[in-house]
Design a protein around this ligand. Structure first.
Ligand code: TRP
Ligand code: SF4
Length: 327
Protein backbone atom coordinates (compact mmCIF):
# COMPACT_ATOMS: atom_id res chain seq x y z
CA UNK A 1 0.00 0.00 0.00
CA UNK A 2 1.23 3.47 -0.84
CA UNK A 3 2.33 5.37 2.24
CA UNK A 4 0.38 8.35 3.43
CA UNK A 5 1.79 11.72 4.39
CA UNK A 6 0.02 14.23 6.60
CA UNK A 7 1.10 17.67 7.66
CA UNK A 8 -0.60 20.83 8.76
CA UNK A 9 -0.14 24.53 9.39
CA UNK A 10 -2.02 26.86 11.65
CA UNK A 11 -3.79 29.67 9.75
CA UNK A 12 -2.43 32.55 11.81
CA UNK A 13 -1.48 34.92 8.97
CA UNK A 14 0.31 35.09 5.65
CA UNK A 15 3.10 32.63 5.07
CA UNK A 16 6.72 33.74 5.09
CA UNK A 17 10.04 32.52 3.74
CA UNK A 18 10.50 30.28 6.79
CA UNK A 19 7.37 28.34 5.78
CA UNK A 20 8.54 28.15 2.18
CA UNK A 21 11.99 26.78 2.99
CA UNK A 22 11.06 24.89 6.14
CA UNK A 23 7.93 23.15 4.90
CA UNK A 24 6.42 23.90 1.52
CA UNK A 25 9.43 22.93 -0.58
CA UNK A 26 9.45 19.61 1.25
CA UNK A 27 5.72 19.11 0.78
CA UNK A 28 6.19 19.73 -2.90
CA UNK A 29 8.73 16.91 -3.20
CA UNK A 30 6.54 14.50 -1.26
CA UNK A 31 3.48 15.09 -3.41
CA UNK A 32 5.04 13.14 -6.28
CA UNK A 33 5.93 10.12 -4.18
CA UNK A 34 3.12 9.57 -1.67
CA UNK A 35 -0.53 10.14 -1.07
CA UNK A 36 -0.41 13.46 0.77
CA UNK A 37 -2.92 15.24 2.95
CA UNK A 38 -2.22 18.87 3.79
CA UNK A 39 -4.37 20.31 6.50
CA UNK A 40 -5.27 23.79 7.64
CA UNK A 41 -5.05 23.36 11.38
CA UNK A 42 -7.68 25.87 12.42
CA UNK A 43 -8.60 24.12 15.67
CA UNK A 44 -4.92 24.34 16.58
CA UNK A 45 -4.88 28.03 15.68
CA UNK A 46 -7.88 28.58 17.90
CA UNK A 47 -6.00 27.19 20.87
CA UNK A 48 -3.83 30.30 20.99
CA UNK A 49 -6.19 32.76 19.25
CA UNK A 50 -9.36 31.85 21.12
CA UNK A 51 -9.86 35.28 22.67
CA UNK A 52 -10.07 37.05 19.29
CA UNK A 53 -10.41 34.55 16.45
CA UNK A 54 -11.78 37.04 13.94
CA UNK A 55 -9.31 36.30 11.15
CA UNK A 56 -9.62 32.52 11.06
CA UNK A 57 -11.72 32.36 7.89
CA UNK A 58 -9.70 34.93 5.98
CA UNK A 59 -6.40 33.38 7.10
CA UNK A 60 -7.62 29.98 5.97
CA UNK A 61 -8.29 31.38 2.54
CA UNK A 62 -4.92 33.17 2.41
CA UNK A 63 -3.21 29.97 3.37
CA UNK A 64 -4.62 27.97 0.47
CA UNK A 65 -3.62 30.84 -1.76
CA UNK A 66 -0.02 30.67 -0.49
CA UNK A 67 0.08 26.87 -0.71
CA UNK A 68 -1.12 26.73 -4.29
CA UNK A 69 1.13 29.60 -5.33
CA UNK A 70 4.09 27.69 -3.86
CA UNK A 71 3.30 24.65 -5.98
CA UNK A 72 1.18 22.48 -3.72
CA UNK A 73 -0.93 20.80 -6.37
CA UNK A 74 -4.63 20.25 -5.61
CA UNK A 75 -4.73 17.45 -8.18
CA UNK A 76 -2.05 15.49 -6.37
CA UNK A 77 -2.92 16.19 -2.73
CA UNK A 78 -5.91 16.34 -0.45
CA UNK A 79 -6.02 19.91 0.84
CA UNK A 80 -8.51 20.26 3.65
CA UNK A 81 -9.58 22.13 6.72
CA UNK A 82 -9.44 20.47 10.14
CA UNK A 83 -12.61 22.01 11.59
CA UNK A 84 -14.64 20.76 8.62
CA UNK A 85 -13.87 17.16 9.50
CA UNK A 86 -15.68 16.55 12.76
CA UNK A 87 -13.81 13.30 13.46
CA UNK A 88 -10.77 15.34 14.56
CA UNK A 89 -12.70 16.53 17.59
CA UNK A 90 -14.01 13.03 18.25
CA UNK A 91 -10.64 11.31 18.12
CA UNK A 92 -9.12 14.10 20.23
CA UNK A 93 -11.60 13.17 22.97
CA UNK A 94 -10.80 9.47 22.81
CA UNK A 95 -7.03 10.04 22.76
CA UNK A 96 -7.25 12.48 25.68
CA UNK A 97 -9.01 9.78 27.65
CA UNK A 98 -6.01 7.47 27.28
CA UNK A 99 -3.15 10.00 27.51
CA UNK A 100 -1.58 10.54 30.95
CA UNK A 101 -1.29 14.22 31.88
CA UNK A 102 2.39 13.78 32.79
CA UNK A 103 3.24 13.07 29.14
CA UNK A 104 1.77 16.44 28.21
CA UNK A 105 3.25 18.50 31.00
CA UNK A 106 6.81 17.43 30.28
CA UNK A 107 6.59 18.35 26.58
CA UNK A 108 9.38 20.91 25.90
CA UNK A 109 7.50 22.61 23.04
CA UNK A 110 4.56 23.17 25.39
CA UNK A 111 6.75 24.77 28.03
CA UNK A 112 8.54 26.89 25.47
CA UNK A 113 5.36 28.24 23.89
CA UNK A 114 3.87 29.21 27.23
CA UNK A 115 7.05 31.19 27.88
CA UNK A 116 7.23 32.72 24.38
CA UNK A 117 3.64 33.83 23.93
CA UNK A 118 3.33 35.99 27.03
CA UNK A 119 0.38 38.00 25.71
CA UNK A 120 -2.02 35.03 25.56
CA UNK A 121 -3.19 32.94 28.46
CA UNK A 122 -2.20 29.44 27.40
CA UNK A 123 -2.87 27.82 30.74
CA UNK A 124 -5.99 26.18 29.32
CA UNK A 125 -7.03 22.56 29.30
CA UNK A 126 -7.24 22.65 25.49
CA UNK A 127 -3.71 23.94 24.98
CA UNK A 128 -2.23 21.28 27.22
CA UNK A 129 -3.89 18.80 24.87
CA UNK A 130 -2.50 20.48 21.71
CA UNK A 131 -0.29 17.49 20.80
CA UNK A 132 -3.17 15.07 21.36
CA UNK A 133 -5.18 16.87 18.72
CA UNK A 134 -2.13 16.68 16.48
CA UNK A 135 -1.77 12.94 17.11
CA UNK A 136 -5.40 12.54 16.08
CA UNK A 137 -4.76 14.49 12.86
CA UNK A 138 -2.13 11.97 11.87
CA UNK A 139 -3.88 8.81 13.03
CA UNK A 140 -7.27 9.60 11.48
CA UNK A 141 -5.66 9.13 8.08
CA UNK A 142 -3.23 6.43 9.22
CA UNK A 143 -0.42 8.60 7.93
CA UNK A 144 3.03 7.21 8.63
CA UNK A 145 5.12 10.08 7.27
CA UNK A 146 4.92 13.50 8.86
CA UNK A 147 7.01 16.37 7.46
CA UNK A 148 7.62 18.83 10.30
CA UNK A 149 10.12 21.25 11.76
CA UNK A 150 12.36 20.24 14.66
CA UNK A 151 10.21 22.19 17.11
CA UNK A 152 7.42 19.70 16.38
CA UNK A 153 9.47 16.59 17.16
CA UNK A 154 8.25 16.28 20.76
CA UNK A 155 4.67 16.25 19.44
CA UNK A 156 5.51 13.43 17.06
CA UNK A 157 7.23 11.46 19.80
CA UNK A 158 4.06 11.81 21.85
CA UNK A 159 2.01 10.57 18.90
CA UNK A 160 4.18 7.48 18.80
CA UNK A 161 3.66 6.87 22.51
CA UNK A 162 -0.09 7.32 22.11
CA UNK A 163 -0.04 4.80 19.25
CA UNK A 164 1.67 2.23 21.46
CA UNK A 165 -0.83 2.80 24.24
CA UNK A 166 -3.83 2.67 21.90
CA UNK A 167 -2.63 -0.54 20.26
CA UNK A 168 -1.99 -2.07 23.67
CA UNK A 169 -5.51 -1.32 24.95
CA UNK A 170 -7.61 -1.94 21.87
CA UNK A 171 -5.56 -4.12 19.53
CA UNK A 172 -3.11 -3.23 16.82
CA UNK A 173 -4.61 -0.40 14.81
CA UNK A 174 -1.92 2.18 14.03
CA UNK A 175 1.72 2.28 12.92
CA UNK A 176 3.91 4.76 14.81
CA UNK A 177 4.51 7.61 12.32
CA UNK A 178 7.96 8.88 11.32
CA UNK A 179 9.03 12.51 11.03
CA UNK A 180 10.68 13.94 7.95
CA UNK A 181 12.73 17.04 8.66
CA UNK A 182 13.74 19.57 6.03
CA UNK A 183 17.38 19.87 5.18
CA UNK A 184 17.42 23.66 5.12
CA UNK A 185 18.53 25.03 8.47
CA UNK A 186 16.06 27.36 10.12
CA UNK A 187 15.86 30.83 8.60
CA UNK A 188 16.18 33.64 11.09
CA UNK A 189 13.85 36.64 11.00
CA UNK A 190 15.11 40.07 9.95
CA UNK A 191 16.15 40.72 13.57
CA UNK A 192 17.99 37.41 13.99
CA UNK A 193 15.30 35.80 16.18
CA UNK A 194 13.17 32.94 14.81
CA UNK A 195 11.13 34.15 11.81
CA UNK A 196 7.58 34.61 12.96
CA UNK A 197 4.67 36.87 12.17
CA UNK A 198 4.20 37.58 15.86
CA UNK A 199 7.75 38.93 16.16
CA UNK A 200 7.21 41.30 13.25
CA UNK A 201 10.43 40.13 11.60
CA UNK A 202 9.13 38.07 8.68
CA UNK A 203 9.53 38.40 4.94
CA UNK A 204 6.23 37.25 3.50
CA UNK A 205 5.70 35.29 0.32
CA UNK A 206 3.16 37.95 -0.63
CA UNK A 207 5.53 40.91 0.00
CA UNK A 208 6.39 43.05 -3.04
CA UNK A 209 9.90 43.07 -4.50
CA UNK A 210 10.60 46.48 -3.04
CA UNK A 211 9.27 45.53 0.41
CA UNK A 212 11.56 42.50 0.31
CA UNK A 213 14.57 44.64 -0.61
CA UNK A 214 13.77 47.08 2.15
CA UNK A 215 13.51 44.36 4.78
CA UNK A 216 16.78 42.76 3.67
CA UNK A 217 18.52 46.14 3.66
CA UNK A 218 17.48 46.68 7.28
CA UNK A 219 18.91 43.36 8.50
CA UNK A 220 21.76 43.24 10.95
CA UNK A 221 24.92 41.55 9.69
CA UNK A 222 28.13 40.61 11.46
CA UNK A 223 28.28 43.29 14.20
CA UNK A 224 32.09 43.37 14.08
CA UNK A 225 32.11 44.60 10.51
CA UNK A 226 32.24 48.35 10.14
CA UNK A 227 34.12 48.83 6.89
CA UNK A 228 33.63 46.67 3.79
CA UNK A 229 37.29 45.67 4.09
CA UNK A 230 36.94 44.34 7.66
CA UNK A 231 37.23 40.57 7.85
CA UNK A 232 33.71 39.14 8.35
CA UNK A 233 32.20 36.13 10.12
CA UNK A 234 29.50 34.63 7.91
CA UNK A 235 28.64 32.08 10.59
CA UNK A 236 27.14 34.79 12.82
CA UNK A 237 25.49 36.74 10.01
CA UNK A 238 21.75 36.51 9.31
CA UNK A 239 22.22 37.48 5.70
CA UNK A 240 24.52 34.55 5.27
CA UNK A 241 21.85 32.11 6.49
CA UNK A 242 19.63 33.47 3.74
CA UNK A 243 22.41 33.15 1.17
CA UNK A 244 22.62 29.46 2.08
CA UNK A 245 18.89 29.08 1.43
CA UNK A 246 18.54 31.23 -1.67
CA UNK A 247 21.93 31.51 -3.33
CA UNK A 248 23.45 28.08 -2.93
CA UNK A 249 25.63 28.27 -6.04
CA UNK A 250 27.50 31.31 -4.81
CA UNK A 251 27.53 30.62 -1.12
CA UNK A 252 31.09 29.23 -0.90
CA UNK A 253 32.46 32.19 -2.76
CA UNK A 254 30.56 34.73 -0.67
CA UNK A 255 31.78 33.03 2.47
CA UNK A 256 35.40 33.38 1.34
CA UNK A 257 34.97 36.96 0.12
CA UNK A 258 33.38 37.96 3.42
CA UNK A 259 36.06 36.28 5.53
CA UNK A 260 38.77 38.01 3.52
CA UNK A 261 37.04 41.40 3.69
CA UNK A 262 36.58 41.54 -0.08
CA UNK A 263 32.83 42.09 -0.24
CA UNK A 264 30.80 44.79 1.48
CA UNK A 265 27.56 44.00 3.30
CA UNK A 266 25.55 46.35 1.08
CA UNK A 267 26.60 44.49 -2.04
CA UNK A 268 26.06 41.15 -0.34
CA UNK A 269 22.54 42.22 0.64
CA UNK A 270 21.75 43.47 -2.85
CA UNK A 271 22.78 40.16 -4.31
CA UNK A 272 20.61 38.34 -1.78
CA UNK A 273 17.58 40.55 -2.50
CA UNK A 274 17.76 39.78 -6.16
CA UNK A 275 18.08 36.04 -5.48
CA UNK A 276 15.07 36.07 -3.15
CA UNK A 277 13.04 38.08 -5.63
CA UNK A 278 13.96 35.73 -8.47
CA UNK A 279 13.03 32.70 -6.37
CA UNK A 280 9.68 34.27 -5.52
CA UNK A 281 8.86 35.78 -8.89
CA UNK A 282 6.79 32.92 -10.22
CA UNK A 283 5.17 32.26 -6.86
CA UNK A 284 4.08 35.87 -6.55
CA UNK A 285 2.74 35.98 -10.08
CA UNK A 286 0.79 32.81 -9.53
CA UNK A 287 -0.55 34.18 -6.28
CA UNK A 288 -1.84 37.30 -8.05
CA UNK A 289 -3.67 35.21 -10.64
CA UNK A 290 -5.18 32.83 -8.08
CA UNK A 291 -6.25 35.72 -5.88
CA UNK A 292 -8.79 36.73 -8.49
CA UNK A 293 -10.61 33.42 -8.33
CA UNK A 294 -11.82 32.94 -4.81
CA UNK A 295 -14.45 30.43 -5.85
CA UNK A 296 -11.86 28.13 -7.44
CA UNK A 297 -9.90 28.04 -4.18
CA UNK A 298 -12.94 27.41 -2.05
CA UNK A 299 -14.03 24.61 -4.40
CA UNK A 300 -10.65 22.96 -3.95
CA UNK A 301 -11.11 23.09 -0.22
CA UNK A 302 -14.66 21.67 -0.45
CA UNK A 303 -13.41 18.78 -2.52
CA UNK A 304 -10.51 18.12 -0.12
CA UNK A 305 -12.84 18.30 2.88
CA UNK A 306 -15.13 15.73 1.29
CA UNK A 307 -12.27 13.29 0.67
CA UNK A 308 -10.89 13.80 4.18
CA UNK A 309 -14.31 13.23 5.78
CA UNK A 310 -14.55 9.92 3.96
CA UNK A 311 -11.16 8.55 5.07
CA UNK A 312 -11.55 9.88 8.62
CA UNK A 313 -15.03 8.36 8.87
CA UNK A 314 -13.67 4.93 7.94
CA UNK A 315 -10.95 5.13 10.58
CA UNK A 316 -13.42 6.31 13.21
CA UNK A 317 -15.73 3.40 12.44
CA UNK A 318 -12.85 0.99 12.99
CA UNK A 319 -11.87 2.76 16.22
CA UNK A 320 -15.40 2.72 17.60
CA UNK A 321 -15.62 -0.96 16.94
CA UNK A 322 -12.24 -1.66 18.56
CA UNK A 323 -13.14 0.34 21.66
CA UNK A 324 -16.42 -1.54 21.80
CA UNK A 325 -19.14 1.08 21.54
CA UNK A 326 -22.41 -0.51 20.46
CA UNK A 327 -22.74 -0.64 16.68
N1 TRP B 1 1.38 21.91 15.26
C1 TRP B 1 1.80 22.12 13.90
C2 TRP B 1 2.52 23.48 13.83
O1 TRP B 1 2.28 24.34 14.60
C3 TRP B 1 0.67 22.11 12.93
C4 TRP B 1 -0.01 20.79 12.85
C5 TRP B 1 -1.27 20.51 13.29
C6 TRP B 1 0.53 19.57 12.34
N2 TRP B 1 -1.57 19.22 13.09
C7 TRP B 1 -0.50 18.60 12.50
C8 TRP B 1 1.76 19.22 11.78
C9 TRP B 1 -0.31 17.29 12.12
C10 TRP B 1 1.95 17.89 11.39
C11 TRP B 1 0.92 16.93 11.57
O2 TRP B 1 3.32 23.68 12.94
FE1 SF4 C 1 27.06 38.99 6.18
FE2 SF4 C 1 27.48 39.27 3.60
FE3 SF4 C 1 28.22 41.18 5.32
FE4 SF4 C 1 29.52 38.87 5.25
S1 SF4 C 1 29.38 40.37 3.60
S2 SF4 C 1 28.85 39.95 7.09
S3 SF4 C 1 27.88 37.44 4.81
S4 SF4 C 1 26.16 40.53 4.86
Amino acid sequence: MIKRVLSGMRPTGNLHLGHLKGALENWQLLQDRYECLYMIADWHALMSEYASPKNLAENTYQMILDWLACGIDPEKNIIFCQSKVASHAELYLLLSIITPIGWLERNPTYKEQIKELQNVDLSTHGFLGYPILQAGDILLYKATIVPIGVDQLPHLELTREIVRRFNHFYGKTFEPPEAILTETPKLPGTDGKKMSKSYNNAIFISDSESATEKKIRSMITDPERIHPTDKGHPDVCNIFSFQVAFNLERVKEIEALCQEGRIGCVICKNELSSCVNIALKEIREKRKVLEKDRKYLLDILDEGNRKAVKIAGETMAEIREKVGFYQ
